[in-house]
Design a protein around this ligand. Structure first.
Ligand code: NAP
Length: 307
């Protein structure tokens, strides 16, 4: 079912459902419904995080579909994320256990460090000082990584990886004395306007799968997206190629990445678009079209992560 191998012997489905949606603007239960529709449509990979505040809905959807007999637990690939306030090594396992309790599952398939920098530990997920500035926390990423390795050994995570890491940060982990497991994946922004040529080449050389987030160019929510970069799905080249195959620009953008071995995790909570985004395995782009799409790269991020 369109999976690619990971360096630890496991595998990851090339297409997953993203589940980040602004909790202020999204009705409760939308994520539950979306994940159930996605599983019915054939999705087996779900991308979530504690900090998305809907992990309980993801867990419920998976458990309902297992109870229905539609899937078994081992058919599903769930990726959870370690938030910035939980980098100290002694917090890692309890944090993953909290996620498992929210999901009501025994393990996650992939657990990743969400960002390579830490916030002050505590109840505030976005701790700020009296001037409104984020309070960072000095931690050793290698020590955090060792705590993830222990979670894999304990069977709480089948695979472990990272997110938003650059080459230098990946090298730091991989050259750590006594490294037990290297990161199987690095989840970063990746789509036709931000194709990641250098990081992709580096990760290929080291058997690290790139998981491309915001593969459709984000929701363009101005509170966190750089909207000065034009909307991806309006792109004339993507739309022209789509016309040829009777596909949408979204399907072309997703197909481009999976065809070059980049996993995509488009978010949709809309039944029709959830199904549309899955219909990318019944055609392929020519080498010339792949090159044309690669040439759209602007080297500009939508997700600047200014913190
Ligand atoms: P995205 O998947 O590129 O785009 C989502 C937006 O596109 C939503 O507004 C969605 O609306 C719309 N959409 C979905 N399918 C469509 C289609 N076929 N045609 C037109 N519009 C469509 O953006 P994203 O949510 O930023 O990224 C995807 C996932 O990556 C997130 O949900 C999250 O799981 C992950 N992520 C991770 C990080 C990280 O730091 N690790 C950062 C950002 C995102 P509807 O729901 O109404 O369809």
């Amino acid at each position: 079912s369109h999976r690619i191998p990971l360096s630890d012997g496991n595998s990851i489905p090339l297409l997953g459902l993203g589940t980040y949606a602004d909790p202020q603007k999204t009705p409760k239960g939308s994520c539950l419904e979306a994940v159930k529709i996605a599983i019915d449509a054939g999705y087996r990979h779900i991308d979530g995080a504690f900090v998305y505040f809907n992990e309980h809905e993801v867990g419920q959807a998976i458990r309902e579909k297992i109870a229905e007999g539609k899937i078994k637990r081992e058919d599903i690939f769930y990726c959870g994320k370690l938030w910035n306030t939980c980098h100290p090594p002694e917090l890692v396992r309890p944090t993953l256990e909290k996620t498992l309790k929210i999901l009501q599952l025994d393990y996650v398939d992939l657990y990743i460090i969400e960002l390579p920098m830490a916030f002050k530990p505590g109840d505030a997920l976005y701790p700020k000082d009296e001037n409104g500035k984020f309070i960072y926390h000095e931690t050793d990423l290698c020590a955090t990584w060792e705590a993830l390795e222990a979670c894999k050994d304990a069977g709480l995570a089948k695979s472990i990886g990272v997110s938003n890491f650059n080459r230098r940060q990946l090298e730091m982990i991989m050259s750590k004395p006594g490294l037990k497991y290297k990161p199987v994946s690095n989840q970063v922004e990746c789509h036709p306007y931000f194709t990641q040529p250098k990081l992709l080449e580096f990760c290929r050389q080291h058997d690290i799968v790139i998981v491309g987030y915001s593969p459709l160019g984000t929701s363009r929510d101005e509170s966190w997206v750089n909207v000065s970069s034009p909307p991806l799905l309006k792109d004339p080249v993507l739309n022209a190629i789509g016309k040829k195959y009777n596909k949408t620009a979204a399907q072309i953008a997703l197909r481009f990445n999976v065809q070059r071995g980049v996993v995509v995790i488009p978010k949709s909570f809309n039944p029709q678009r959830i199904r549309e985004n899955f219909q990318i395995f019944d055609f392929s782009l020519t080498e010339k079209e792949m090159k044309e799409i690669e040439a759209l790269n602007k080297n500009v991020r939508y997700v600047e992560l200014l913190m």
